[in-house]
Design a protein around this ligand. Sequence first.
Ligand code: ADP
Ligand code: ADP
Length: 225
Amino acid sequence: PADVVLSGVTRTYGSTTALDALDLHVAGGEFLAVLGPSGCGKTTALRAIAGFEVPDAGTITVGGRDVTTVPPSKRDMGMVFQAYSLFPNLTAADNVAYGLAVRRRGRTERRRRAAELLELVGLADRGDRYPHQLSGGQQQRVALARALAVAPQVLLLDEPLSALDAQVRVQLRDEIRRIQLELGTTTVFVTHDQAEALSVADRVAVLRAGRLEQVASPDELYSRP
Ligand code: ADP
Ligand code: ADP
């Protein structure tokens, strides 16, 4: 699996410094949680890794390649957002297969792959439903399946659980972790919820004001005085 390396990444919006010479290393196959209060730069960091935000300074590499030199269609990344990111006029199966359609894969492969992924997220019998016919938790499962359908090198999750109620949140959190371990995909999971970060990640990176405050495993963070 690809590693992700941010070196001295700075991104400003007018007088706001969203990222301030951020250094961050995500090892290949690792599940890294990025934790910090609202406004500390978590979403900006994730969008920069995805190539949606071009840094003012610094470099970002994925599997050793500078993301800004890779055209968007060739960026092997899957992304899940907070909520409401499915295409409302496509069925669950067609949402999952969307990235494959963009890559011009044939109908048989799209069907097979959508069925596999829906099975993986526990929605094998919901492929023909439209998003509005699914619960919030089910919609996020479809979003996860869609992100994974193209077998991305890197999975980027931006507060994917925060719109869900507590019980569904824990359930889906555990499921995301199970799937990540099964596939071994390098994963960056943004959250402002400390318990969530500690329960799910191999390591937790704590951001403050656009900088890395600390990075440690959950055990190391727990055992600190
Ligand atoms: P987080 O995800 O940790 O809440 P963000 O990365 O969304 O933080 O934002 C970091 C800082 O950058 C905040 O002060 C935010 O208001 C600012 N910011 C983010 N995106 C923009 C933008 N497109 N235009 C102006 N300011 C922005
Ligand atoms: P988060 O839940 O991570 O804090 P926000 O709701 O603050 O996210 O931001 C959602 C989107 O709006 C992001 O894409 C972010 O870059 C953008 N954004 C955040 N702050 C600002 C801002 N002050 N001005 C313009 N866009 C912003």
